[in-house]
Design a protein around this ligand. Sequence first.
Ligand code: ATP
Length: 352
Amino acid sequence: MQHKKVTVFNGDDASPEVMKPTVELLQKLDLPITFEFPLVGDIAEKKYGKILPDETIASIDSADATLFGSTSGQSTAALFYLRWGKQTYANVRPCQWIPGYQSPMANPEGIDFIIVRENLEDLYLGLEGNIEDLHALNFYSKHARSSLTDLGPGRYAIKAITEAGSERVIRFAFELASKRAAKKKVTLTSKYNMLSQVDGLFRDIGMQVSQNYPDVEFESFIVDDFLCRMITNPHALDVVVMPNLYGDIMSDGAAGLIGGLGLAPSGCYGDDYAYFESAHGTAPDIAGQNIINPTATILSAVMLLDYLGFTEQAGTLNQAVTQVYSEGKVIPVDQGGNASTSGFCNAIADYL
Ligand code: ATP
């Protein structure tokens, strides 16, 4: 087996409570992986005088992948580097129910779809400012039938969707769908009626890309209609692709369908790099209580192992999660059980 290096950020607030035991589980698999733990944020600034030191960037660059604990505050500098610096454009968020997950749905059995969220564009470029800075552009709103200068003081944000950025993430979604045993279907969603330029472009490119995949069914829905369909008939979905902001929102909703944020893993893929993190944030409200559900992080580690080519061990770790939930004896608090974070991780370790 080829030797691999993984850079790990334990993250902030409750995040280290799930990251540390997850790395221990990976170590238990006895794989040829070296883990590195570089510093970021306030602690890095104290030692190196920079929130994202060169040493940390070098660690990310020289690793085969990164396992990333959710960050808040200054530590998000590492996240920005992992996204834009490493061009990880496809955020893959699986939503699969397994017995033991406490879904609010009457029939959760068979819910198994993947959201592919565009990860770099849309409203997440951080291009915001004062409306008056745009006055010189003489924008006229056809919808409001007034000029931008008629608006009072306020702020704007730029929603930018590019042809190349859309094409690569949509192609990624089609590739993923064509490899899945299940339905082989791509559902595209955006607000292409109201935002006919930006979201319309995303859909047009979806239609173009779909021509290259005759074996994959293609459908598109306006994002509000999609949300209703996702809730009323999630079983019909296979791979869903959407721009950044919708993907951020919809994937939390998708997590809710199977039982909550504690169950939602995620991987962000570029053409030559990937990092893996839970879909949830740092859960500051439950930090220090040893009750945060580690499932999302453990399943993100499963995705990491798959990416690194350790397919068999990925299957073993995944099976451990399925087994512990289906036995129903050691269930985390957010799923209606009384197992602590460490108790759940110990049960997974015992299975391994
Ligand atoms: P972000 O914007 O960074 O995604 P967020 O605002 O969505 O963060 P989260 O940190 O994801 O916030 O938390 C939202 C809620 O879900 C909180 O009440 C938190 O405790 C809960 N939560 C998040 N992750 C988990 C988990 N793994 N186990 C249990 N509860 C969780």
